[in-house]
Design a protein around this ligand. Sequence first.
Ligand SMILES: NCc1[nH]cc(CCC(=O)O)c1CC(=O)O
Length: 333
Amino acid sequence: MLRERPSRVQTGHGGAATVSAGANVSIRIGTRGSALAVAQTSTVADRLGDLAGRDTELVRVTTHGDVSRASLSSLGGTGVFAAELRSTLLEGGCDVAVHSLKDLPTAPAGGLEIAAYPPREDARDALCSAGGGAGSRLSELPAGAKVGTGSPRRAAQLRVRRPDLDVRDIRGNIETRLRFVTDGELDAVVLACAGLDRLGLAGVITERFELDEWPTAPGQGCLAVEVRAGEAIAGVADLDDPATRAAVTAERLVLAALEAGCAAPVGATARLANGELRCSASVYAVDGSNVLTASASRSVDGENAALAAAVTLASEVSEALLAQGAADLVASA
Ligand SMILES: NCc1[nH]cc(CCC(=O)O)c1CC(=O)O
């Protein structure tokens, strides 16, 4: 396993000093080393520092997924980005770890628990084509245009909408992927809105695909704050947004029921709004020749009811998908 010696960055706590046990010991927050990971972890660190009245420091862990040049699909997807960070947390190298939820395997990690799901950001996918905001929307790209993505789901969704496109498998962090377009090697790439927004790169987005037509990876746009099981860290629970928790729980339970990983051709979207939790999901043939879709909703009264509804909805949606033959599509991806 590859691991750089974690490097530390001290971040000052701006809020008023609170006198409490260990107030002078900073909370060590583990993160991957990419620009996106550092940006999103820093936001959580600032918020947690304020909630806990303590200093925070970032512990950067370079993960196998960051350094590998292999395609995401050939890496097997599940957990390549998260494993190193999780072992650092388990071994006590940090107190809290911040992940992109969509990169976390649905199986719980032994000895760890997700203590908070902060409010979700834009869960949609973005088309970034040459010319940025003024560039072509998906329907306007020329016939045979070259569009890059490392995700089998996104490749399938592109092929369903535009069978004529030349979909290319690409790897790398967000900046690397965008460079394919600015260098003129590709006409467009598809990326998550949330990552671009967090990096201040919203200006490169040409089109945000609506979730009803283009469901994204379960948990996309949501962060997960993980701690060692049973170890409460002051302030962490206050980072949690119950509506986000209910929605992403439903999405990830669908993925788990399909026995699919984070690189599977599965899109899911759930939302708690106006007292109703709604979940829908689609499973794709990677060549775009088939799409299965199912959805369900429940009215919910209160936060606990929302989590219970998430479990029920996920089993309704996944059973409907399996009855349509989803297992074959997942297996052949
Ligand atoms: N697999 C990489 C990854 N993990 C999380 C995000 C975006 C941010 C998020 O979903 O929270 C990305 C980049 C992308 O898909 O464009």
